[in-house]
Design a protein around this ligand. Sequence first.
Ligand code: ATP
Length: 224
Amino acid sequence: MSGAVIEVADLVVRYGTATALDRVALTVGAGEMVALIGPNGAGKTSLVNAVLGLLRPASGRVRLSGRAGLVPEGRQMFDDLTVEDNLALGAWRRRGRGARDTAPVYRALPRLAELRGRRAGTLSGGEQQMVAFGRALMAAPDVVVVDELSLGLAPLVTADLAGHLRALNAERGVAVLLIEQNARLALDLCGRGYVLEAGRIRAEGTAAELAAGPAVLDAYLGGR
Ligand code: ATP
């Protein structure tokens, strides 16, 4: 598909003899917001790592067009560094003037400007997730991959971060691949999505189709 920022086809990932991903196919179009929903151990992080080139698949194709920014599972702050320094690390792949300029990130996420001198380890979970988000923006990404936006965060904090993600997409056209265990959140935010279970895509479709379909209803929305 042309215009895709992420294209995955026939992807197989194995750890020893265990198959973590079995012939997975997924695309994220330019400027699109796509959800990847699945329970613990479904293979979501393996998929993210394969897309970002952090692990070598057993077979299949992965194509990433343009730059990706990652909001990793568990946020992965450098606790002893300041917010400003954590952000600067997000530009490690970029070269040239302005690559380490944090001002655009503070404009997008003004709360981070207030926190810039604080050590990351002293921040709340929601604040750390915002730093992780800002660090991903420092890559000047065409697509942001968020591995578990809501994990361990209060609903209001999650809603605030979700708003920033939506604004980033709407105002700058940055594509988003949102990995989530919270199906309702993911489908509220994204136009389209995939359900991953035990290494396989069990369902895919528009948010409305998935919300009404058995894969999501059974497993996540309590048979609404
Ligand atoms: P979680 O939400 O818990 O992070 P996930 O959906 O991201 O789960 P993965 O972390 O991709 O799932 O794991 C998929 C499967 O592969 C699981 O059964 C997991 O135990 C296994 N697995 C993941 N990493 C390794 C590894 N390095 N070595 C062996 N098995 C692994």
